[in-house]
Ligand binder design. Structure first.
Ligand code: CTP
Length: 421
């Protein structure tokens, strides 16, 4: 089967051209290059990604360096795994040497040695991820599918390739669930049996905390994370790796709403970077103890701890009446916490939340500290005055002159009360 037409039709021509160049340069070095994994799967599913993974029969690190010379860009080598990462104008491309893997012990990182593309595909997680497309000039577009991945893709099946797969690499338990739920596929009977067996034998506990965290975070990055999370919970996997998470239909609904608010926010403020995964997780941590335990388990920092407890506190209080109240209450909190709150309560106050995010939280008074200083105000009284000016602007739509009057009144009142004047 040849996929040259699908490549041409479904991908930007600059990407196809670059893939052809990889094939030509590899050949000039005496190697054969392939594009593999999720890229091939998603191309066949008709939802192509631009995440390019190249595998070379031959030294992949040399190929990466030759590509960097051709295109410009930098190469990071990971010699232990015979792989390299090329950062160039089209993003991050991984270039690996076709290899066999041996797991010295379950759940450890593998030892690797060079091999053929077929060996390389057989060592992979699932048949649908174990396909390659040849990039050589005379075979460009040829599908390499030794494990029957194309058939499984058509039938909607997630199938592991050897019995020890989940034991060698228990992260594949999470991966299987993610793919199954993302594509609406199902696992075949043997894969499912081996998954349960690996879970029952507690192989997950052999993984480092970092690797489990990575899988949890990747699950949260799914378009709809509630589906794989529900599955992981149903199958008792979350109970093993994060028993403090509370999974109920209502909490997952909340998580979904947080996802929608995050997307909404991203649409309006694309440059404002948010801890998306943490914002979603907030919905699953029901108590201060749960926040603490989860943060300890996954070595999260003070910011996560504080934001977790801030959310729990805020959930117990009422929404403010006036815009200035919203600003006073929510501006000191991380945006992630405010979005989680909005998601929880948006049915009653959606419009207010939207105005808060778009307008109120960004509003500044029309006067500055200088204007107050010119009237002899100093120190903390300036902040008090400016806050009053902001409240007048937000709540009463006061103009600059009125804001100054209100600010001076508030600052002087503060000074009198604190005995400073
Ligand atoms: N892979 C594997 N076992 C793992 C991780 C990865 O066999 N534990 C292989 C699979 O062939 C996979 C490829 O490495 O396709 C790349 O892995 P990754 O980038 O994690 O996944 P993608 O297939 O790109 O899928 P996703 O859309 O989830 O990123």
């Amino acid at each position: 089967m040849n996929l040259a037409r699908e490549l041409d039709e479904r991908l930007p021509s600059s990407v196809v051209q670059a893939l052809r160049t990889v094939g030509v340069i590899a050949e000039s070095l005496g190697m054969t290059a392939f594009v593999v994994g999720g890229f091939v799967r998603d191309l066949l599913l008709g939802t192509p990604t631009l995440d390019v993974d190249i595998v070379a029969e031959g030294d992949g690190t040399k190929l990466a360096q030759a590509l960097a010379r051709q295109w410009g860009g930098t190469v990071t080598l990971h010699e232990r795994f015979l792989t390299a990462t090329l950062h160039w104008a089209m993003g991050r491309w991984d270039v690996a040497t076709a290899r066999k893997e041996r797991y010295p012990q379950p759940a450890a990182l593998p030892e690797v040695e060079p091999a053929t593309i077929a060996d390389d595909l057989w060592r992979r997680d699932f048949s649908v991820n174990a396909m390659a497309i040849c990039l050589s000039p005379d075979r460009f577009g040829e599908l390499i599918d030794p494990t029957g991945g194309y058939g499984d893709l058509q039938k909607g099946i997630i199938r592991i390739l050897h019995d020890g797969s989940f034991v060698d690499d228990p992260t594949r338990i999470f991966r299987a669930v993610r793919y199954e739920q993302r594509f609406g596929f199902r696992m075949d009977a043997k894969t499912l049996r081996l998954l349960y067996q690996a879970r029952n034998e507690s192989w997950l506990m052999r993984l480092s905390r970092d690797r489990i965290k990575h899988e949890l975070w990747r699950t949260l990055q799914e378009r709809d994370p509630t589906k794989p999370l529900w599955r992981l919970w149903q199958w008792g996997i979350l109970r093993v790796v994060a028993p403090e998470l509370r999974i109920t239909k209502a909490r997952l609904q909340w998580l979904k709403q947080i996802g929608e608010w995050l997307r909404w926010h991203q649409g309006h403020f694309p440059d404002e970077a948010l801890q998306r995964e943490w914002a979603l997780l907030l919905s699953l941590l029901p108590t201060a103890d749960a926040v603490m335990t989860f943060c300890q388990r996954y070595q999260l920092g003070e910011w996560e701890r504080q934001s977790g407890s801030a959310l729990l506190r805020a959930l117990r209080s009422r929404l403010p009446k006036r815009p200035s109240g919203w600003v006073r209450k929510f501006n000191p909190l991380p945006l992630e916490v405010a979005l989680a709150l909005a998601a929880r309560r948006s049915s009653v106050a959606k419009e207010s939340w939207q105005r808060y995010f778009l307008e109120w939280r960004l509003t500044r008074p029309d006067i500055t500290g200088e204007a107050l200083r010119a009237h002899g105000i100093e120190g903390r009284a300036i902040a008090v005055g400016l806050q009053a000016a902001l409240a007048a602007k937000l709540d009463e739509n006061a103009d600059a002159a009125e804001q100054l009057r209100v600010a001076l009144r508030a600052a002087r009142c503060f000074l009198r009360r604190s005995g400073l004047r």
